[in-house]
Design a protein around this ligand. Structure first.
Ligand code: PEP
Ligand code: MN
Length: 280
């Protein structure tokens, strides 16, 4: 980890932690923040229905991807930039913060103009030009770990964003590729405390893409909280069986409500403040 010495991501001492404030939401040490929403926005109607449901259940940030990096070019690629209108409606209809994935610099200005948080997906973790461009915005950036990246590589990717002036980076552990095939990826749960040793940046976990199975999402979310994560990003769809993408790993609304209650109880037990609109 020698390359981390003298970097901006480097943790200087035990007390050095960064809490990012986005409007009334805190993300970082001491808080547990839940981001929820569908894999991708499919229509305005479903987006608003899902957003209102996750807000009522206690989530503070809505996952609203307009662009989808998909393994096959023949599967649903997302609504595209015209869906920016949906983000405006979501702002009007809810108090949720909106987070969305940036796939290229082409739409960066428009997305940064409407979303509260930008996401760099795992496939773009080492797209250094894109990292530098999002680094020039003043938006918080969720940076997902590439499935084959070491922690050092992950942190140096974050450094690209910090190095050009944006220190509001939230690291996201989303599972790494191993020989196991039962789960979609292998959730590297110890990445959470290991990263906490190495960096002052907030760390969240994606229990949906790391497991690929809705049945495993509650356990992975609770493991994240127990391991010291500052939040989770969970895929939720009102009818997962009809979802255009990742239905098999998406929670339905009742399962999400149940999980929110369980996470709130657990967070209270371990002295973390869950960033929740209704439950505390
Ligand atoms: C996503 O969060 O939409 C996604 C595609 O996940 P990842 O980039 O981690 O594969
Ligand atoms: Mn997905």
């Amino acid at each position: 980890m020698n390359k981390l010495l003298d970097t901006k991501v480097h943790k200087l001492n035990a007390e050095h932690t960064t809490v990012i404030e986005i409007k009334d939401v805190h993300l970082g040490e001491g808080y547990f923040t839940v981001i929820a929403g569908p894999c991708a926005i499919e229509s305005e109607e479903i987006a608003i229905k899902t957003a209102k449901a996750v807000e009522t259940a206690g989530a503070k940030i809505f996952r609203c991807s307009l662009f989808k990096p998909r393994t096959s070019p023949y599967t649903f690629q997302g609504f595209g930039i015209n869906g920016i209108e949906f983000l405006k409606s979501l702002h009007a209809e809810t108090n949720l913060l909106l987070e969305t994935e940036v796939l290229s610099t082409d739409h960066l200005d428009k997305l940064a103009g409407e979303a509260d948080i930008l996401r760099i997906g795992s496939r773009n973790m080492d797209n250094y030009e894109l990292l530098k461009e999002v680094g020039k915005t003043n938006k918080p950036i969720i940076l997902k770990r590439n499935m084959s990246a070491t922690l050092e590589e992950f942190l140096l990717a974050a450094e690209y964003i910090l190095s050009v002036g944006n220190s509001k980076v939230i690291l996201c552990e989303r599972g790494i590729r191993t020989f196991e095939t039962y789960t979609r990826n292998t959730l590297d749960i110890l990445a959470v405390p290991a990263l906490k040793e190495l960096t002052h940046l907030p760390i969240i976990v994606d229990p949906s893409h790391s497991t690929g199975k809705s049945s495993l999402v509650p356990a992975a979310s609770k493991a994240a909280l127990a391991a010291g994560a500052d939040g989770v990003m969970i895929e939720v769809h009102p009818e997962p069986q009809y979802s255009y993408s990742d239905g098999e790993q998406s929670l339905d609304i009742p399962s999400f409500e149940k999980l929110m209650k369980e996470l709130t109880e657990m967070a209270n037990l371990i002295g973390k403040k869950i960033t929740s609109s209704v439950l505390n």
